[in-house]
Design a protein around this ligand. Structure first.
Ligand SMILES: *[C@@H]1O[C@H](CO)[C@@H](O)[C@H](O)[C@H]1NC(C)=O
Ligand SMILES: *[C@@H]1O[C@H](CO)[C@@H](O)[C@H](O)[C@H]1NC(C)=O
Ligand SMILES: *[C@@H]1O[C@H](CO)[C@@H](O)[C@H](O)[C@H]1NC(C)=O
Ligand SMILES: *[C@@H]1O[C@H](CO)[C@@H](O)[C@H](O)[C@H]1NC(C)=O
Ligand SMILES: *[C@@H]1O[C@H](CO)[C@@H](O)[C@H](O)[C@H]1NC(C)=O
Ligand SMILES: *[C@@H]1O[C@H](CO)[C@@H](O)[C@H](O)[C@H]1NC(C)=O
Ligand SMILES: *[C@@H]1O[C@H](CO)[C@@H](O)[C@H](O)[C@H]1NC(C)=O
Length: 329
């Protein structure tokens, strides 16, 4: 009896030790900062799991790095919190990914303090009511691979300094109230950039230098772009998806060459003239094309996917004709 009792005691002592040390992974400094953030947001229901006596690595919204146990992820999604982005967020120095998404009552501007988060790879502030400019100081976050500021209330022009983000893979500034030209400097954006989304703003100019990039996807629909964008195309480009619809573009499409990579091209609602180039019939990956509501003329070239498309891909032009539109006279 006695021996068994002693054995049980020593076993308990043996196993409880590592168990206890695993119980709290959270770094005390990170916990202090998170509790300040909770307070700054007025103790919202969404952060109810953030209780001082518990391990912050198990709290909702945040995650800890497996080896350092420091907070590296902060994803606040679809939460009914109100107020501004708390500056204290910058006191989580190990953050690699920061997201505020679908938060109607998140207001104010993007705080300068976030430039202290030098390890950030991904910054998302989207579907909120933050306003003010797209800050030039974001260019200090050198490790960013993804910048998503879409669906907000941001205004002013796009800062040219964003080209300093040399690791960027995707940039989304779409669905804001941005004005002015796309910066001339954007021709020197990093070659790693594949996705550029600037749609649903009030942008008025697109620099020719943008054609030097090797993008996979570009969205510029619903802006106020004028003139020619044919420099975005050409045999040697890598573009797969391009949407320039609902602008005021005005150029002759007749001799534009498209890359084999092109799979989707939307040019609807512009002032494009000329005819559809024969080259469109050679594009094997093309599954979507829309040139409706322009000033195009002539026979739709026969071949490729062009006759499989719905007639609405071509309607409302000056005098386009041939299948799937009515025959030419
Ligand atoms: C946003 O704030 C308004 C006014 O304070 C409040 O009525 C509304 O419920 C809040 N909405 C959300 C989703 O938190
Ligand atoms: C911004 O706030 C308005 C009302 O204050 C609300 O209707 C709208 O949905 C909000 N936008 C977003 C993206 O949450
Ligand atoms: C940026 O990323 C590189 C490569 O992953 C890393 O070596 C560097 O420490 C990072 N910079 C900061 C400030 O974390
Ligand atoms: C959006 O920004 C404009 C200024 O550009 C401001 O007047 C308006 O109140 C902002 N809307 C919200 C919901 O914050
Ligand atoms: C784009 O790709 C082509 C061919 O792959 C390459 O020659 C060119 O240097 C690239 N341009 C940039 C800006 O990366
Ligand atoms: C495409 O690239 C090849 C080889 O890099 C070059 O010889 C050719 O002139 C380029 N064509 C166009 C239309 O830019
Ligand atoms: C082309 O765009 C027009 C205008 O937005 C739209 O009505 C039509 O349904 C579209 N057709 C196709 C095939 O995408």
């Amino acid at each position: 009896m006695k021996i068994t009792f002693l054995l049980v005691l020593s076993l308990l002592a043996l196993f409880s030790q590592p168990f206890l040390s695993q119980a709290e992974r959270c770094h005390p400094q990170d916990k202090r900062v998170l509790l300040k953030i909770k307070k700054a947001f007025n103790n919202p229901y969404h952060l109810a799991s953030w209780i001082p006596d518990t391990d912050c690595c198990s709290w909702y919204v945040v995650e800890c790095d497996r080896t350092t146990n420091r907070i590296n992820d902060f994803h606040l999604f679809s939460a009914s919190v109100s107020g501004q982005i708390p500056e204290t967020i910058a006191e989580l120095p190990f953050l690699e990914s920061l997201m505020f998404r679908k938060i109607t009552n998140l207001t104010g501007t993007i705080p300068h303090a976030i430039t202290r988060l030098t390890r950030l790879r991904s910054l998302t502030i989207s579907w909120t009511n933050i306003s003010g400019p797209v800050p030039a100081f974001l260019s200090e976050l050198k490790n960013l691979t993804s910048l998503d500021l879409s669906f907000n209330n941001l205004s002013g022009s796009i800062p040219p300094s964003l080209i300093q983000l040399r690791n960027l893979n995707d940039m989304r500034l779409d669905r804001n109230k941005l004005t002015g030209n796309i910066p001339e400097s954007f021709g020197n954006l990093t070659p790693s950039l594949q996705y550029l989304y600037l749609s649903h703003n009030q942008l008025s100019g697109i620099p020719r230098a943008l054609g030097d990039l090797n993008l996979t996807s570009i969205e510029l629909q619903r802006n106020r772009l004028e003139g020619d964008v044919s420099f975005m195309f050409g045999r040697n480009k890598t573009i797969q998806y391009a949407d320039f619809s609902r602008n005021m573009l005005q150029f002759d499409l007749s001799h534009v060459e498209f890359p084999d990579s092109l799979s989707s091209l939307d040019l609807n609602h512009n002032r494009i003239t000329g005819s559809l180039p024969e080259g469109l019939t050679k594009l094997e990956s093309l599954y979507n094309l829309n040139v409706s509501y322009n000033r195009l003329c002539g026979k739709i070239p026969v071949g490729g996917k062009l006759q499989e498309l719905d007639y609405t891909a071509y309607f409302h032009n000056r005098c386009l004709c041939g299948a799937p539109l009515p025959d030419c006279k």
